[in-house]
Write a protein that binds this ligand. Structure first.
Ligand code: ZN
Length: 79
């Protein structure tokens, strides 16, 4: 069984102490990770996207693999 990657989008607002997971996606291993992560971030308007690695199919154990930040989707509370 090959490794799978789970992508989780997060809604983050430092001003309101918000750190909330939004959606979970399964990465398509036949396509590039970065493009897919960017697509999910755009879809959810997520300033933070984390990619978790899982060795099994039940997604029981997730290990953080990579973190992507998108400045363009950060909140503009203070502006
Ligand atoms: Zn904010």
């Amino acid at each position: 069984m090959s490794k799978s990657y789970v992508v989780v989008t997060y809604d983050v607002c430092e001003h309101n102490d918000l750190y909330e997971d939004m959606n979970e996606y399964i990465l398509d291993s036949s396509a590039g990770m970065e493009e897919q992560v960017k697509g999910f971030a755009e879809q959810d308007i997520a300033p933070l996207v984390k990619v978790y690695e899982t060795a099994s199919s039940d997604f029981g154990e997730l290990t953080l693999y990579k973190e992507y930040k998108f400045k363009e989707f950060e909140c503009d509370c203070e502006q």
